[in-house]
Design a protein. Sequence first.
Length: 417
Amino acid sequence: MNQNFLFIFIYLFVLGFNLNGCQLNAQAYHYFEKNLSQNNSVGGFNLTQSFGTNSLISSFVLDFVNGKFITEEQKDRCIANFKSDNVIAGEQFNLALNNSYKLGASSNYLFMEAGETFFYETKLHQDIFKLIFKGNKDFENKSASLNPLQIRSLQYLYLKAGIHRMTEKYSLKFNMAYVGGQRFLDLNTSRGQLFTGTEGRYIDLNLKLNSWDVNPGSHSLFTISGNGFMTDLSFSYMLSKNTELGFGIEGLGLIKWNKTVTARRVDTLYHFEGEEISNVLDSFSIAIKNVDELKSSFIKETNDVNRTTNLPYVAYVQLSHFLIPDYLQIQLKYGYIKSEFSSPFLNSSLNLYLSTHHLVGLNVDAGAYGKLNIGGQLAFCFSNKSSIHFYFNSISNLILPSNEMNLTGGLIYRKAI
């Protein structure tokens, strides 16, 4: 059975992992928090999703995730977007249930939340993308770079408790959380080249790769493979009746894995000649015999390794100002994600209050893993007993599928109990 020679590389790339496909600057802002704070107990949920990439177009990502046919035009558009040597992508998904209890007649509240977070980011050389999706014919008698190839993914549950103080003048919030690690992958190359000979009659692989992963075979919602902690701290202050300044750190913490980490190492110079060679239209293919033998010769595996993972936290400063008191508001949020590949981000909103309990806004985001995002939001408060906030910051992706893929949105709901 013929196999594309990239099977060798992809096999090393995957290493038997179950990789889930995966802008972290989710705009989970609670607009009517002070309206609901008069209630003794308020519960609700947050649902946020954020994905960004610096080069892959929307139609390519959606078709790839859904297993649809990817056209050569889609691949070429992605390649044309490569403004640098590296392709970068990142994603975060969070689902949380929470409740806030008023402590007597004071302005203090006990806050509790339970949730799950999935985080993913990757950085790879554009040659890797071309090899996988275009084949290696364009690299005949040339070397394709396999460095960098970096992947980081993390999935964890958390139970959070904190004290919040909200007054007319300021708001101070502090949370601590237990974190239960579920899945983890850290993969990177420090050296990598793939040389293709004339007509693909041989390849030379020069690769140094290290990975650490936790991937329980029988995963369930409450499967815990590591323990850790996380903390949040935020403060906002009313500079005037119409202007509020705030800052915060969210998600600062770590996970220590329970000796469930598998370490894999590849350090090889390998010359391979295929017995069956065919010159296909856009790539060469060769027959690979005895894949298990190749795996055992390439990959050195160590089980029960100790490892600690720092959580990707967000630090930010935020300014809100009413251009027209009680009607037209502008918000700016600048920050960064403490992770491997993210750049600083800027969120901006122009909000129109149709009444004291109804809001419609225009959102413009830039940075993190993606480029420019344009979208909107709606927020409603019902008799100071419940509120709902929906935002979708990727309208441009729906209109222009040939633009870089950015998918950011969320839903926040609160109700007095």
